[in-house]
Write a protein that binds this ligand. Sequence first.
Ligand SMILES: Cc1cc2nc3c(=O)[nH]c(=O)nc-3n(C[C@H](O)[C@H](O)[C@H](O)COP(=O)(O)OP(=O)(O)OC[C@H]3O[C@@H](n4cnc5c(N)ncnc54)[C@H](O)[C@@H]3O)c2cc1C
Length: 349
Amino acid sequence: MVNGVYDYLIIGQGVAGSVLAMTLHEQGKSVCIVDSPKPNTSSRVAAGIMNPVTGKRMTLTWEADTFFPTAKSFYKRMESMADRRFLFEHPIVRIFSSIGEQNDWSGKWTDEKYKNFITTGALDSPMFEGVSAPYGSMAVTGGGRVDTNAFLDFVRLYFESLGQFAESEIELEDIQPSSQGISWQNVSAANVVYCVGANAMHWGYLPFTPMKGEVLEVTSKKLDQDHIFVGGCFLCPTQQGSFYAGATYDWRNTNLEKTEKARVEILDKVSKFTSSPLQIKEHRVGIRPAVKDRRPLLGRHPSKNNQYLFSGLGSKGVSMAPSLAMQLYSHIEHGTALHAEVDIKRFDS
Ligand SMILES: Cc1cc2nc3c(=O)[nH]c(=O)nc-3n(C[C@H](O)[C@H](O)[C@H](O)COP(=O)(O)OP(=O)(O)OC[C@H]3O[C@@H](n4cnc5c(N)ncnc54)[C@H](O)[C@@H]3O)c2cc1C
C-alpha cells in the first residue's frame, strides 16, 4: 500500500513508465508508480533492440541523431545506479537479400546523415560463425540491445525500496481531482501520467492501432554471440546465451495467442541467413502501442487538468523513450512545447 503526496503519479511500469519515473527522479521530482504487472506486456516481451538504420530501404530512423545518444547516455546512467548492465552495444549486421540491395547501399552509405552510425559500405560475406550472406552485408554502430526485463526489474525494486511502488489495476473513475492536483486512494499528486501502453483509458479518442508481435527465444550452439543480425527478421543475442528471433507484425489481431503461423514465418526468415539448428526455448506474444501515423503520443488531456499521456511508442520504445520522457518533463514543468509530431494536439478536431 502506498500513500503520501507526490509530484507525479505514474500509472503503468513498462518502458515508458520506467524511463519517465527515473527521468523525473533524476530531476528531483517525487514519483509514485502504480502498475498491474503482466508477463506479456509489450516491454516484457520486447527484444530491446535499438537499430538506427531500418526497413527495406535502410533509412535512418526518425530523430536518430537525438534519440540514440540520449538513450545510450540514459541507460548507462541507470547501469551506474544499479551496478549492473542493461545496454549491450552489439554492432548490427544487416544482411542483404539481393545484389540490388547491396548496390542500393553502396550508392547511399556515404550520405552525411549516416555518419554517426555507419563506418563502411557494403561488406563481402561476413565471417561470423553460423551466418551466411551471399549478397554481402553492412554494419551499423551506435545501437545495440537493452535488457528490458532487467531494467524494469531494477526500476520496480528501486521504487519499492522507497515505498513508492504499488501493484494495482487503476480504473479511470479511481483518479479524482484534488486540491493538490489528483488523488488515487491515499496518494495525492500534482500530476498523473498514463504510461499504460496500448490500454487507451482516457485517450480512446486517439488513433491507436495496437499491433500484435510474436518473438521466439531460441538456442543454438553455433551462432556468433557478439552481433545482432538483421535480414528480413532479427537474430539477437541475449545475456542468457540464447537469441531472440523475430518479430512479427500483425495489425488484424490483438489477442495474445501464440500462433503456428508466426513460428513458421520467423524460422523461415531466419533460415535465409543461418543454417544453424535452432531449438525453441520460448514463444512470446505482446501488443505494441502503435499509432496510425507511427509517431508517439505525448501531452495533456484536452479537458482533464494535470492528466498526461506517454504512449504510442510502437516498435521502437527502447530508443525513443529517454528523449521523449525528458521532453514531457520539460513540457509539464517549464511549459516547453512538445515536438509537433508527438504532441497529441495533432489529433485535436
Ligand atoms: C514481440 C515484440 C518485440 C519488440 N521488440 C522491440 C525491440 O526490439 N526494440 C524496441 O524498441 N521495441 C520493441 N518492441 C516494442 C516495445 O515493447 C514498446 O515500444 C514498448 O515496450 C512500449 O512500452 P510501454 O511502457 O508504452 O507499454 P507496455 O509495455 O504495454 O507497458 C504498459 C504498462 O502499463 C500497465 N497498465 C496498463 N493499464 C494499466 C492500468 N489500468 N493500471 C495499472 N497499470 C496498467 C501494464 O500492465 C504495463 O505494465 C517490441 C514489442 C513486441 C510485442
